[in-house]
Structures are given as structure tokens and as C-alpha cells.
Ligand binder design. Structure first.
Ligand code: ACO
Ligand code: ZN
Length: 165
């Protein structure tokens, strides 16, 4: 059963289903240099469907966010071991950007990881990716670290995180 979370004009924001994964992989190939195996997409959807969200227009996905949960050291507390949501990847097709879809995807994934009782939510983003950094900052994420040569091409990442409780 499809769970529609919200509508932005003609765009439905809803949980992903297995039949969306080919489209999600296509969006990823067109928009980002980091790609993953089919199995990885399937396993994220199986493990955390609450935070694997697609934006769909007239039956076709135009954006996605996919996440996982982890246990690890807090990005905020000195000695804390916490449950963290982790944004693995988010993208919106170029022609559908700047309409609020990216924001809606992040907000709905926050709701999803809260349902799974995560204490924090984090992600890595290229330091040069101003669009994405600005979006995350608007939603309350803060830069907590700079990760040296995080990407294959040598670029640094910002680790950005938000406390959920
Ligand atoms: N009219 C005009 N502008 C608008 C409207 C509107 N109706 N709605 C939102 N906007 C503006 C926002 O205010 C924001 O402006 P700002 O950047 O000046 O603050 C801007 O549009 C973007 O916000 P959204 O529309 O919510 O986001 P968008 O749908 O454009 O998606 C994203 C953002 C996902 C980063 C997109 O640019 C993208 O896919 N980039 C390529 C892939 C990528 O870099 N992904 C992130 C990698 S990091 C990671 O995956 C963890
Ligand atoms: Zn990551």
C-alpha cells in the first residue's frame, strides 16, 4: 500500500517501494558521482523504509532520499553512544529543483528516523556543494567536522548533524 506523506502541487512525497528502485538508481546516476549496487538500494529499503522516500510526479520518481541507522559515538555529546540516522544519498532531477522537493524529502526522512527512535541524524556533503549545505543548514543541521579527502576525487566532506531529541 502506498503511503503518501505530503503533496507539493503535482508532486507526491511518499515512501519508496521496490518497483521505484530502478528509477531511483537512474536519478542517482544522472545527479551524483557516488553510485551503489542494486543490492545496496534493496537493503536500505528493506531495513529503513520509513526514511526511504521518493518524490513522484505523474507516476514517475523525480527525487529520492535514502538512509540507514547506525549505533556510534555522538556527533554532539562528549562521551555519548547513540542511535543515529544517516542520510546515504539524496537527489532531485535538475529540472525539478528549487521547488521545495529537496526540503520535503529531508523533512520526511527526519520523521522516518524519529519513528525509529534515532537520537541524531547526520550526513556527509561535499564542501563545494553549496546548494545542499544551505538546504541542510535551513533544516537545522550544523557542520560538526570536516573530513579530509573523503571522496574518491580527493575532495573534503562536511559532516553535518542534527539532534533529534
Ligand atoms: N520557488 C523558488 N525557490 C524555491 C522554491 C520555490 N517554490 N521552493 C524552494 N526554493 C528554493 C529554496 O529556498 C532553496 O534556495 P536556497 O538554496 O537559495 O536556500 C532551493 O530552492 C533548494 O531547496 P529545495 O527546492 O527544497 O531543494 P531541491 O529540490 O532543489 O533539492 C538538492 C536540493 C537535493 C541538494 C538538489 O540540488 C540536488 O539534487 N543536487 C544534486 C545532488 C546532490 O548534490 N545531492 C546532495 C549530496 S549530499 C548527500 O547525498 C548526503
Ligand atoms: Zn554517509
Amino acid at each position: 500500500m502506498q503511503v503518501i506523506l505530503r503533496q507539493l502541487g503535482d508532486c507526491n512525497i511518499r515512501r519508496a517501494e521496490p518497483s521505484d528502485l530502478i528509477s531511483v538508481m537512474e536519478i542517482n546516476l544522472k545527479t551524483l558521482p557516488e553510485h551503489y549496487s542494486d543490492y545496496f538500494y534493496e537493503s536500505l529499503l528493506a531495513e529503513l523504509p520509513e526514511a526511504f522516500i521518493v518524490a513522484e510526479i505523474r507516476g514517475t520518481p523525480v527525487g529520492y532520499i535514502m538512509c540507514k541507522t547506525e549505533y556510534g559515538f555522538s556527533n554532539f555529546k562528549k562521551l555519548g553512544f547513540v542511535k543515529k540516522g544517516h542520510v546515504v544519498s539524496i537527489a532531485v532531477l535538475d529540472e525539478y529543483r528549487k521547488k521545495g522537493i529537496g526540503r520535503a524529502l529531508v523533512e520526511e526522512s527526519v520523521n522516518g528516523v524519529k519513528l525509529r527512535k534515532c537520537n541524531e541524524f547526520y550526513l556527509e556533503v561535499r564542501c563545494s556543494n553549496n546548494e545542499a549545505v544551505r538546504l541542510y543548514e535551513k533544516l537545522g543541521f550544523v557542520i560538526r567536522q570536516q573530513l579530509n579527502a573523503y571522496y574518491r576525487d580527493g575532495e573534503d566532506a562536511y559532516l553535518m548533524a542534527i539532534e533529534l531529541d
